[in-house]
Design a protein around this ligand. Structure first.
Ligand SMILES: CC(C)(COP(=O)(O)OP(=O)(O)OC[C@H]1O[C@@H](n2cnc3c(N)ncnc32)[C@H](O)[C@@H]1OP(=O)(O)O)[C@@H](O)C(=O)NCCC(=O)NCCS
Length: 178
């Protein structure tokens, strides 16, 4: 999908973080973060252990996705350190999907909420989406808390196959309208 006016690849500053459009060079750090089972087991479509080439290929595609208007992905930086990723992907028909993941040492400080809040604003005001969906594994209440604090409404559960866990899990689904 081409947006009418391309969105500049600019960083977003929050109170404590910088959200910087991802580049191929972020693959190595992301690979390190996804090597932690406690992180990757919660992601719906990531392999564990992660495959370096797959992570590199994924990051190499981010600039094209941005240019096509299908996904906008940001490295979350705290000081000089990349601590995770927050993104809106699957963009079609005015809707998109919000995702986020942080390295374990960065958990419990409100960073996911802070980064995701900025992305929600970006999604509605810069991309111009009218709705966002998201979801979390039923055993990931911290992510559910992030979503409800952002104003997302639970819309039901569904089963999906977790690539990392190699089993069917229950995903709790959410929706937020602009
Ligand atoms: C889920 C994740 C993003 C949360 O990041 P975070 O920066 O720790 O989240 P925040 O600090 O912004 O908010 C977490 C909220 O969950 C709450 N929480 C934490 N653990 C909880 C638990 N076991 N049960 C209920 N609530 C919990 C916190 O108290 C906080 O709520 P509060 O602000 O009302 O106190 C992070 O744990 C992570 O990256 N996990 C691995 C990847 C992942 O799960 N990504 C999301 C996939 S859906």
């Amino acid at each position: 999908m081409m947006t009418a006016t391309p969105i500049p690849r600019s960083s977003i500053a929050t109170a404590r973080l910088r959200l910087r459009p991802t580049s191929a060079a972020d693959a190595e750090r992301a690979f390190e973060i996804q090597n932690d089972w406690t992180v990757t087991r919660m992601l719906s479509n990531a392999a564990y252990p992660p495959h370096q080439k797959d992570v590199e290929d994924w990051f190499s595609d981010h600039a094209h996705e941005w240019a096509d208007g299908t996904a906008y992905r940001f490295a979350i930086e705290q000081g000089e350190r990349m601590i995770g990723v927050v993104d809106v992907d699957g963009i079609a028909g005015g809707a998109g999907s919000l995702g986020y993941w942080l390295e374990r040492p960065a958990w419990g400080k409100g960073y996911a909420f802070e980064a995701a809040q900025a992305l929600v604003s970006f999604a509605f005001h810069e991309i111009g989406l009218s709705s966002l969906e998201s979801g979390h594994a039923s055993d990931n209440p911290a992510s559910g808390r992030v979503l409800t604090k952002l104003g997302f409404t639970p819309i039901g559960n569904r089963e999906l196959v977790s690539k990392a866990r190699r089993e069917t899990i229950v995903q709790c689904c959410y929706l937020l309208r602009r």
